[in-house]
Design a protein around this ligand. Sequence first.
Ligand code: G6P
Length: 367
Amino acid sequence: NAAEKGGYEHFMLKEMYEQPKAITDTFSPRIKDGKIVIDELNMTDEEIKAINKIMIVACGSAYHAGVTSKYVFEGLSRIPVEVDVASEFRYRNPILEEGTLVVVISQSGETADTLAALRESKARGAKVLGIVNVVGSSIAREADNVMYTWAGPEIAVATTKAYSAQLISLYLLAMKFAYVKGEIDDTVLSDMLEDLKSLPAQVEMLLNNKQKIQRFANRYLAARDIFFIGRGIDYAISMEGSLKLKEISYIHSEAYAAGELKHGTISLVEEGTLVASVLTQKELYKKMISNMVEVRTRGAFVMAVTMEGNTEVERAADYVIYIPETNKYFTNSLAIIPLQLFGYYVSVGRGCDVDKPRNLAKSVTVE
Ligand code: G6P
């Protein structure tokens, strides 16, 4: 009912607005005197230094948070990371050796495939860390250690605040590992923590742009196909942006690594096809812009999500959303906000059941 939604029209909108708090609640208990302290990890510095591979296993949006974190873990800590969809991981006879840390990510802590992957990993002798939102859930109980995302209860089927809190937990872990391994020093760490602390206000600011995005979304209510493109960490956010849109609006959408478009998908671009491009990584701007030009030449309408100051993008985009400066590893936390709003308003505009989309469940307990 209306009271439960706190005055918001849908749980999804309410939960999007709870993201600044979810982010703060997830990082603040883990930053003490300028250092990252994750007691629940239960690992000594020596044990952290001994990690030689991280296997991330999850489903849906939690998997997308995992894909983002691969770039963050590898970039910062130089520990190799594999990310698997839980239902695939279990059946591929994964190689878990001494020094492999398995990280399972789950909002509900009840997803059957993720739980089965956890059990499979434990049976093979691996140590499993759960990143879980629901306290006391099955995954929280069975994992060797649990790092909770403090997003609070999430009702809308399409996850927003739990996903954002998962990203924060993963950033903290990656920074912690990098620092312990000596890959980043005190100055880098303290700059990163400053940027982390700025995220809640920046997210809030982006949420307050919602009317502009609603007007834009209303132009795409009848779209047949939408493509999301990005490179590197922006490819990871494209996957989540695409999922948000399709799961609640029922418009077909796909995420593509921008450089891979020309190997097939570009043949689907026609006059007026919307291509949402994400470009937050300075070293990839030029390459992204040339991919945007490629689709625009074929008639696409190009929307861009990029960093403030990248006005160069305007020559290749029809509509630009700027996000504020942050550390290059944290950009997904900001870029996702306009993409969530876009999916939400397309769904609202099409009259879909935003909080309870057809055929989907909040927590999937069948394999
Ligand atoms: C379902 C939900 C998704 C979620 C996925 C994984 O498909 O609709 O929003 O990302 O399950 O759920 P979990 O609870 O394990 O994060």
